[in-house]
Design a protein around this ligand. Structure first.
Ligand code: PLP
Length: 397
């Protein structure tokens, strides 16, 4: 297979379309889908050399696959990461990035406001292996500093967070990690590399659920871990090869091709979400709107400093708690009720009773997940239609 011309100084929109492309002998323009589990060798000696790491080439698709490699290389180019490994889901990426480097006695500091399953892995699974964790208010840099111990190996955060779109200061937290010789892992699923590149602010590892905006059309699950070479060599490589979170080549192909339109789609999501957020803020029944690029977001300046757009998710609260929130959701005619996000279709969910149902009431209160809160993933429909849909649903409630 011939590798693409060298990316050199290509800009991100060019990288999104061309980075990582490898062409087979047929010189196909669109990247090929290699649905194969195994690879044949010309001779037994070649198999021996590949297993010894002395010859390049594929051995088995749990270790690597040409379509998956193209997806990894393109994501690495977009995030500005030296290397990447794709996984079957975002949660496989999060879990592998944590477990591959931790051992009994280690300590992890993480921001409270994170995706429910990430919180489960950190709070429930890690302690079973003797790994202790401290959860902090991610927006308070002093809490990160105060939580550090000599045993702290990893810091984990998501920004903007789900569902309240809280922003964490990437530069400040990465400095704390660096000073302590610990690594910072950033879940970049909400922003995507089109809007935020955590490596530029000092992150050591970036994880993704490519299920969301990278796929962009709600078709397939996927994940990605991006890191530096030493982390891959010393921790991640053997972990993923032997535990098997490998992505299906078909899903990798879908997400690879989706990267070609990521920038265009994220611009449209941001533009629509921003219009919808401004519209919601003017509605009498809406008591609070959270959108990172609105001046009334508590960390608006920080969001502008580390992101190129506010993203596609808007959180808003209606007066009257759960009853009113359910009425609004049930009255919507275009926007679907779904806990997924990052789809071309606008999706709404009530976090208290879905994504954050497993948390205690006290933990939800700490995060600002109130009974009247709704999380809206603004899709690619005409924002004027979405505003009309929300207007009639608010009136019906
Ligand atoms: C969805 C999501 C995940 C988990 O990804 P899956 O692909 O569903 O496993 C992790 N982090 C964030 C921020 C997410 O939105």
């Amino acid at each position: 297979m011939a590798t693409n011309k060298k990316p050199g100084k290509w800009r991100s929109r060019t990288l999104a379309v061309r980075a990582g492309t490898m062409r087979s002998e047929f010189q196909e323009t669109s990247e090929a889908l290699f649905l194969t589990s195994g690879y044949a060798y010309e001779a037994a000696e070649e198999a021996e050399a590949r297993f010894a790491g002395e010859a390049s080439g594929y051995q088995y698709s749990r270790f690597g696959n040409p379509t998956v490699t193209m997806f990894e290389q393109r994501m690495a180019a977009l995030e500005g990461a030296p290397v990447a490994r794709a996984t079957a889901t975002g949660m496989a990426a999060v879990t592998a990035s944590l477990l591959c480097a931790l051992r009994t006695g280690d300590h992890v500091v993480a921001a409270k406001a994170m995706f429910g399953s990430c919180r489960h892995v950190i709070e429930e699974i890690l302690p079973r292996f003797g790994i202790t964790t401290t959860l902090v208010d991610g927006g308070d840099v002093d809490q990160w500093q105060a939580a550090m111990r000599p045993q702290t190996k990893l810091l984990f955060l998501e920004t903007p967070s789900n569902p309240t779109l809280a922003i964490v200061d990437l530069k400040a937290v990465s400095k704390i990690a660096q000073k302590a010789g610990a690594r910072l892992i950033v879940d970049n699923a909400f922003a995507t590399p089109a809007l935020q590149r955590p490596f530029e602010f000092g992150a050591d590892i970036v994880v993704h659920s490519s299920t969301k905006y990278i796929d962009g059309q709600g078709r397939a699950l996927g994940g990605m871990i991006l890191c530096k070479e030493d982390f891959l060599k010393n921790h991640l490589q053997s972990f993923v090869r032997n535990t098997g979170p490998a992505i299906s080549p078909f899903n990798a192909w879908l997400h690879l091709k989706s990267l070609e339109t990521l920038d265009l789609r994220m611009r449209a999501h941001c533009e629509a979400a921003s219009a919808v957020a401004d519209f919601l803020a003017k509605q009498g029944k809406v008591t609070r709107v959270l959108y990172p690029f609105r001046p009334d977001h508590p960390q608006h300046n920080l969001a502008r400093a580390q992101m190129e757009g506010g993203g596609g998710v808007v959180a808003f609260e209606v007066g009257g708690g759960k009853r009113s929130a359910f009425r609004v959701a049930n009255a919507l005619k275009i926007i679907d009720i779904s806990n997924n996000l990052g789809d071309a279709k606008s999706l709404i969910t009530h976090p208290e009773t879905t994504t954050h149902q497993k948390l205690t009431a006290a933990a939800r209160a700490e995060l600002g997940v109130t009974s009247g809160l709704l999380r809206l993933s603004v899709g690619l429909e005409d924002p004027a239609d979405l505003c009309e849909d929300l207007e009639q649903a608010l009136a019906a409630a």
